[in-house]
Design a protein around this ligand. Structure first.
Ligand code: AMP
Length: 528
């Protein structure tokens, strides 16, 4: 078995690694470190949780050991898709470089340019940045990239999802042709392949298995849920979530609850808090200091439930999460792997429980195809059963939150099973009147808070990102690439969209949360 000491790493790096207590390199480390130290380009196909951050940080620190940084001219560059991931890389760098004199700067949105400029002015060895913020600094003339010797692109597939690929291409072009490139992606979509063919030179390809797909240490389950009526479905779904949490008892020390939509992240977090659960939301519309505080609280155990969107939580290294609850089935199957991979880390056991509404059955099939397993069906502990179809149709006002928002979801609905195909087995439960009040309130708040973030005020394409301010990609990005385009639909759900779910007419100021009756009257007027 390879040891760290076999890898030709600098003695100071080895000492820092020994301090962390890691005994043997992970497969991605054993595979990527030797070619990186030889100065070769590396293409690492690995996801978070495999130890990939150290697989590029350790050789970088070793290689940068000699030489000094000049003012405004960083010697290396690490690009990460989200602020949290960039901050995580910076933490890793601090830990592994603690016995060296290397300096770093973290350039992310949500923090002041002034402080970042001051660091760059002094000269840094390692610059860790989100692509948008890096380009902002460059365009302000504060940064010169012609001395970059090593460039790392981390989580390239997420960059693609977030529309960052044109920025990455631009940044590649701003750095010297002779740089060494270490490029990491969990998957090799065609667009990623194109980038690596263009910008990497005979890379050493290191691929490690996706840890979470086997999931032997993760107990999985799915509850097929359909509300008793459409009007009650949203509230009943939140009732169900609480019942599922309660059913886990003390085994559920902490959990991440994933929702597909930002609006649901807020609603679910508020609803849980109102019912006495210690919960807080994290998604891209929350300001950075808020996000950082929430994450810190979750990491140090003072916050028990983190309600998150995919983009906010992707790649976060939170080692001891006992449970993941999927409030929705993710519409892109690979997100399921990333979501449940938040639990059962570092050899621990984990539990991943998902709620599947009838309209998500197709997505559930996609997930099961990807993970090559049938996720065990769990009984609905609340015993909610669907009512008659006529009753379900007669509730337009409450459809606001639940209404499918895009043509794609709408067509999916046709594929959904009839209510009785997915009826839960347990007996019905009387709805809690207190929770009904809470429901009306949280949905109302939800409608008031979301549009500001989603209003189509920016002159950019209908592509959105986790970083709504300066980290966000600039215009024209949505025109790129196959997979990027395909996934744009998903991303829109987390941000801006001008098309109200196939109605074809924008309702300014309401974002995607256009009540059915308004959208319908638009459609009718349009037709008439
Ligand atoms: P990453 O994939 O870089 O996010 O790392 C996932 C987790 O594995 C982090 O908590 C690292 O601290 C940890 N880790 C990294 N390298 C090793 C190693 N060689 N042995 C054990 N744990 C490691």
């Amino acid at each position: 078995m390879t040891k760290f000491s076999d890898l030709n790493l600098d003695a100071k790096v080895l000492k820092a690694v020994a301090d962390t207590g890691y005994e043997t390199p992970t497969p991605i480390q054993a595979g990527a470190i030797p070619p990186a130290l030889e100065g070769r380009d590396v293409l690492g196909i690995a996801q978070t949780g495999t130890g990939k951050t150290a697989s590029f940080t350790l050789p970088m620190i070793t290689l940068l050991g000699r030489g000094r940084a000049r003012a405004r001219m960083p010697r290396s560059l690490v690009l990460a898709p989200t602020r949290e991931l960039a901050a995580q890389v910076a933490e890793n760098f601090d830990a592994y470089a603690k016995y060296t004199k290397l300096t770093k700067a973290l350039l992310i949105g949500g923090t002041s340019f002034k402080e970042q400029d001051a660091l760059i002015d002094k000269g840094v060895d390692v610059l860790i940045a989100t692509p948008g913020r890096l380009i902002d600094h460059f365009e302000r003339g504060k940064l010169i990239l012609s001395d970059v010797k090593i460039m790392v692109v981390d989580e390239a597939d997420r960059m693609l999802d977030m529309g960052f690929i044109p920025d990455i291409e631009r940044i590649f072009q701003m750095t010297p042709f002779t740089r060494q490139t270490l490029f990491f992606s969990a998957t090799m979509a065609p667009e990623i392949e194109r980038i690596t063919n263009t910008f990497l030179s005979s890379p050493a390809k290191v691929e490690v298995a996706r840890a979470a797909t086997t999931g032997e240490n993760i107990k999985q389950g799915v509850v097929i849920f359909e509300g008793s009526t459409k009007a009650k479905a949203d509230r009943e779904k939140r009732d169900l979530l609480r019942a599922l949490i309660d059913a886990e008892g003390d085994a559920c020390t902490n959990a991440i609850i994933f929702c597909n939509r930002k609006s649901d992240v807020d609603t679910v977090a508020k609803s849980l808090s109102k019912h006495g659960y210690d919960a807080a939301p994290i998604h891209g519309d929350l300001d950075q200091s808020h996000r950082t505080r929430t994450l810190e609280g979750f990491r140090d155990g003072t916050l028990r439930f983190l309600v998150a969107s995919d983009v906010a939580a992707r790649g976060l290294d939170i080692p001891a999460v006992t449970h993941v609850f999927n409030f929705d089935v993710p519409s892109h199957a690979e997100d399921y792997v990333h979501r449940i991979g938040r639990t059962g880390r570092a050899g621990r056991k984990g539990t991943a429980i998902m709620i599947c509404a009838p309209r998500d059955v197709k997505n559930l099939e996609d997930v099961e195809r990807l993970v090559q397993t049938t996720i065990p069906r769990l009984d609905n502990p609340t015993g909610t059963t669907p009512a008659e179809a006529s009753e379900t149709e007669a509730a337009p006002a409450a459809a606001t939150e639940d209404k499918p928002k895009r043509t794609r979801s709408r067509s999916r609905r046709k594929d959904s099973p009839k209510p009785d195909e997915s009826a839960p087995t347990a007996s019905p439960r009387t709805p809690d009147p207190a929770a009904a009040t809470e429901d009306a309130q949280t949905v109302a708040e939800d409608i008031h808070t979301e549009p500001a973030a989603k209003a189509p005020s920016q002159p950019r394409a209908a592509q959105t990102t986790e970083e709504p301010q300066s980290d966000a990609p600039k215009g024209g990005r949505s025109s790129r690439g196959g997979r990027g385009r395909a996934r744009g639909g998903n991303d829109q759900r987390e941000g801006q969209s001008n098309d109200k779910g196939g109605h074809g007419r924008a309702v300014v100021g309401m974002g995607e949360d256009v009540p059915d009756f308004i959208a319908k009257s638009f459609a009718e007027r349009g037709a008439g």
